[in-house]
Design a protein around this ligand. Structure first.
Ligand code: PSU
Ligand code: MN
Length: 303
């Protein structure tokens, strides 16, 4: 474990004894959902990981310390905080240097997980190429992180507010394996099926473990992205979601939202437009990803 990592006693013990650990991000807590649903979800996600036999490690920067594993009070304080910065590769070290508090995006969580020696990470949806990126150049740092940092990220695909075909093209260029779990098509975050075939697909955690081991054997660097569809009972079908997303993107343009505010703004606005339904689906898909990530981490620890 890297000396800059401040691991909780549970996480430290699990890592030192080669037990299964699942990293969890915190931007979803501070910028992805309102309080108290964010806290309830963070707790439910940790419970899912524990139920599947792994140790949860929620990651954040608290007063300049890179925390891997938060206790109840820390999780609660983060969920209620309003001043936490949204940290990615560019500003993770800045927050630590300034003794500040911030939540970690997929990119920053991957960096911290790797420093701690954690190989599996569960999130909701990764960042990617935004619609209209040919004009705005808005492409999430999550994509290049997947190219260089050896962590397997279990997601429900790229957030459907993004341009999914362009996101896939960039991932292909960067050499990031994108694997659909249990179906041939990629999921689309709130919806089970994006209508877009996944480059790769598997039906078991064992296949993912074999793939990860083979990549290690060949010395191929970088991460792996798993697209795990939300349970169908909890989805919002794509044709319904498409209209809401188009409306939300229009409204964001009108409101002049840019840069790292775009993703949180759109997610919050979509919760309003769907009268809370998108939040319920978001909670369900994260729990589902935590469960798959934990089962994968257990299989990986046993090989
Ligand atoms: N998925 C969610 N909610 C979120 C995010 C993902 O359901 O809040 C966050 C993740 O932390 C992801 C980030 O890394 O949004 C991407 O932001 P950007 O597009 O600015 O890179
Ligand atoms: Mn961006």
């Amino acid at each position: 474990m890297h000396p800059s990592v401040s691991a909780s006693p549970d996480v430290k013990h699990a890592i030192e004894s080669n037990k299964a650990v699942v990293a969890l991000e915190s931007t979803i807590i501070t910028h992805g959902m309102p309080y108290p649903q964010n806290l309830e979800t963070a707790q439910a996600v940790e419970a899912k990981v524990i139920a599947a036999g792994a140790t949860p490690a929620t990651i954040a920067v608290l007063n300049g310390e890179l925390k891997v594993g938060l206790d109840d009070a820390q999780l609660d304080a983060l969920a209620q905080s309003t001043g936490a910065a949204k940290l990615s590769r560019a500003d993770l070290s800045f927050a630590i240097a300034q003794r500040a508090t911030g939540s970690t995006t997929v990119a920053a969580t991957m960096i911290a997980a790797h420093l701690a020696g954690i190989e599996v990470f569960a999130t909701g949806g990764i960042g990617g190429v935004h619609r209209g990126a040919e004009n705005t150049f808005d492409i999430s740092a999550d994509l290049q992180e997947l190219a260089i940092t050896p962590v397997t990220v279990v997601s429900a695909g790229a957030k459907a507010i993004l341009d999914i075909p362009k996101t896939l093209e960039v991932l292909e260029t960067l050499g990031v394996p994108v694997i659909a779990y249990g179906q041939k098509n990629l999921p689309a975050f709130w919806s089970c099926d994006s209508g877009i075939p996944a480059p790769l697909s598997v039906n078991s955690t064992k296949e993912i473990v074999d793939f990860i081991q083979t990549r290690k054997m060949l010395g191929i660097k970088g991460g792996v992205l798993i697209g795990n569809p939300v349970p169908s009972a909890d989805e919002i079908p794509k044709n319904r979601m498409d209209l809401t997303i188009a409306q939300a993107i229009d409204d964001a343009k009108q409101a002049g939202v840019t840069g790292k505010d775009v993703t949180p703004w759109l997610l919050g606005h979509i919760v309003k437009l769907t009268e809370g339904n998108s939040l319920v689906t978001n909670q369900a898909l994260i729990k589902n990803n935590a469960d798959l990530a934990a089962r994968l981490a257990v299989d990986l620890a046993n090989t």
